[in-house]
Design a protein around this ligand. Structure first.
Ligand SMILES: Nc1ncnc2c1ncn2[C@@H]1O[C@H](COP(=O)(O)OP(=O)(O)OP(=O)(O)O)[C@@H](O)[C@H]1O
Length: 261
């Protein structure tokens, strides 16, 4: 039995403004991520989803507002401590494609190894666990440049699992996958959040899947940026105004989008 009073909040985002130099892309972002939450960030192309994810990972500075990670503000963490709290899976080009699948996933253990990077028995066990979870046993000795986009995406998720952080941030983790693997990865992320008490935040264009599988959704729309459980957002009617109505409409009963013919 889970004691709901003992569930920790890993992420607290308050009145956050994000952007580049002094160009604000989105302001007024407020949400929180509890342990065991799978959270989707959705919104139209170019609205700022990746910018938000990179700001949460401290790869970009925030413009204003607060990003709290557990008990402290993000910018007060030394990088090595942050690497044991937050892992990031990006879709941008991977620098180290010459590594084997196993070597790349083992890099996830870096925050915990000595300066030589040597893996202890416990590290190797965690790496093998991640390889099994992502169904990569057969291809673990292949080079990353030999993989399909979908396989590489699963390898990058495995590396984040090996990093074993409380918070996992993923930028469009299902974009290169077929429907079966999209569902499989999202269900896996959900079970990891639940069974290992993690907060998982990912960006996506697959809104219908997010409605079905996520605990919470943050909809970036540059104005209010509503956040809540999928049914709450459906009740507020926020999906209806996402796309031009003459092209795509939202059916609140089924939680799906319909193409206007
Ligand atoms: N390095 C950069 N410098 C300046 N502006 C940028 C930079 N990267 C992205 N932008 C701009 O920031 C805005 C948000 O981009 P971002 O990639 O965060 O959107 P997104 O919601 O993830 O889009 P998509 O759904 O197309 O992936 C866009 O207008 C984009 O042109």
């Amino acid at each position: 039995m889970i004691d709901l009073n003992k569930i920790h909040i890993n992420l607290h985002i308050k009145n956050l403004s994000i952007g580049y130099k002094n160009k604000t892309i989105v302001e007024n972002i407020t949400f929180s991520g509890k342990e065991r939450d799978l959270i989707a960030i959705i919104g139209v192309n170019g609205v700022g989803k990746s910018t938000l994810l990179k700001t949460l990972a401290q790869m970009l500075p925030k413009l204003s507002g607060a990003v709290g990670v557990q008990q402290k503000e993000l910018e007060h963490y030394p990088p090595i401590e942050l690497a044991s709290l937050i892992s990031v899976v990006l879709t941008d080009g991977l620098a180290s494609k010459d590594l084997s699948v196993l070597e790349l996933i083992a890099l996830g253990r870096q925050p915990y190894t000595n300066w030589l990077g040597s893996l202890k028995q416990e590290d190797k066990k965690i790496v093998q666990g991640a390889i099994q979870d992502l169904d990569l046993v057969e291809i673990q000795h292949k080079k990353c440049y030999e993989l399909s986009d979908g396989q590489l995406q699963r390898v990058l998720i495995a590396r984040a699992l090996a990093q074993d952080t409380n918070i996992i941030l993923l930028d469009e983790p299902t974009s290169h996958l077929d429907l079966y693997h999209k569902v499989q990865i999202l269900k896996l992320l959900k079970s990891i959040a639940k069974n290992r008490n993690k907060t998982i935040v990912y960006t996506t264009h697959e809104i219908e899947m997010a409605i079905q599988l996520c605990d919470k959704i943050l909809l970036l729309n540059k104005k209010e940026n509503p956040f809540g459980e999928p049914y709450e957002l459906i009740e507020q009617g926020v999906f209806e105004s996402l796309f031009p109505k003459d092209t795509v409409t939202f059916d609140a009963t089924s939680g799906t989008f319909k193409i206007k013919k």
